[in-house]
Write a protein that binds this ligand. Structure first.
Ligand SMILES: *Cc1c(COP(=O)(O)O)cnc(C)c1O
Length: 355
């Protein structure tokens, strides 16, 4: 039985909207989409008068190659936020199903679930080191209608990771029951390898990637989902007709060229060094009560009065993220590793604050 059998029955039966652009490229004259035949004078060669290809083959091929995945296992989305939303809408029946997540974690899993009318089953990371509690995830998922389990690796905002064996234990236990979605938004800053290649052996694994972080394209809004072809086909049924703007496609294609990928790897290594330097510096400050080891491009720390420090920094022109309101993160804040002058300014202020 395929994991797709856990998806909403009405979605499994849906036929996707046949967009005009899906048929274009086959004929020199395209009069089937009510487009304007002339590019605007400010068009800059992008031909924005035409609708974009919903899943441009060149972009899909380039990304699939960069990830070492077959192109039929890849769906390109408007940021990973859209992939999360598509998964929840395809798999969760409103009022009946739940997604499981391991807080403190990325907020979009719960938001997408609530918008869809699905419940959110929290299986907290173990307090202290924020490690994944695999046994409790399995118990929660087997005891409820949980078609989706969201895991973030490295996790935002704690920066920690889980071991590949923990994931395979989970995938085995939840075979044919839950699609386990591993969000690898920060994997490029992380010394451990991606779990992407496990998608070839586990049909109930999906991996999220994004160009928003290490690839410096947060403004382009481009992400990818890697999963079994059946899952990709299912999500294509509910994909908006033209999800990717033409300028985004162009920017993403450029980012996936070998030289650009190499540059992104070098930059990610620099940011990882900056993150480690920031972590060491924070540990040396008397006012900092805890610093968690991070494998992403940020550091989570705790002080005596988190909101006060966030305000104090903001008044001096430095914005950091306040996590005090998130359960388990009392007085915690998250600081992103920035450019050398940004990091220097932050550290100078923190030194002043700690005195
Ligand atoms: C930043 C981030 C993303 C990226 O989302 P996009 O929509 O691709 O910009 C995904 N997951 C996590 C955990 C993030 O922190």
């Amino acid at each position: 039985m395929s994991i797709v059998s856990r998806a909403r029955p009405e979605i499994r039966e849906l036929r996707p909207y046949a967009s005009a652009r899906a048929m274009a490229g086959l004929a020199p004259v395209t009069l089937n989409a009510n487009e304007n035949p002339w590019p605007a004078s400010h068009d800059a060669g992008l031909n924005l008068n035409r609708y974009p290809d919903p899943q441009p083959a060149r972009l899909v091929a380039a990304w699939a190659e960069a990830l070492g995945a077959p192109p039929e296992c890849l769906l390109v989305t408007r940021g990973s936020d859209e992939a999360i939303d598509l998964l929840v809408r395809a798999f969760c029946r409103a009022g009946l199903d739940a997604v499981a997540q391991c807080p403190p974690t990325f907020g979009m899993y719960a938001i997408s679930a609530r918008i869809q009318g699905a419940a959110v089953l929290d299986v907290p990371l173990l307090p202290g080191a924020f490690e994944l509690d695999v046994d409790s995830v399995v118990t929660a998922a087997l005891g409820n209608a949980v078609p989706l389990v969201f895991l973030c690796r490295p996790n935002n905002p704690t920066g920690g990771n889980f071991r590949v064996e923990q994931l395979t234990t989970l995938l085995e236990a939840l075979k044919e029951r839950s699609l386990v979605v591993v969000d690898e938004a920060y994997i490029d800053f992380c010394p451990s390898e991606s779990v992407l290649e496990l998608t070839a052996s586990y049909e109930n694994l999906a991996v999220l990637r994004t160009l928003s972080k290490a690839h410096a394209l947060a403004g382009a809004r481009c992400g990818a989902l890697v999963a079994a072809p059946e899952v990709i086909d299912l999500l294509k049924r509910i994909l908006p007709p033209y999800p990717l703007p033409t300028p985004t496609i162009a920017a993403a294609q450029a980012a996936l060229q070998p030289e650009q990928l190499a540059a992104a790897r070098r930059q990610a290594a620099r940011l990882a060094d900056a993150r480690d330097a920031l972590g060491r510096f924070l540990k040396s400050l008397p006012g900092v009560t805890q610093v968690w080891p991070s494998q992403a491009n940020f550091v989570l720390l705790q002080v005596a009065d988190g909101p006060a420090l966030v305000r104090w920094l903001a008044e001096r022109g430095v914005l950091v993220r306040d996590f005090n309101a998130m359960p388990g993160l009392d007085n915690c804040l998250r600081i992103t590793a920035g450019s050398p002058p940004e990091n220097a300014r932050l550290m100078q202020l923190l030194e002043q604050w700690s005195k």
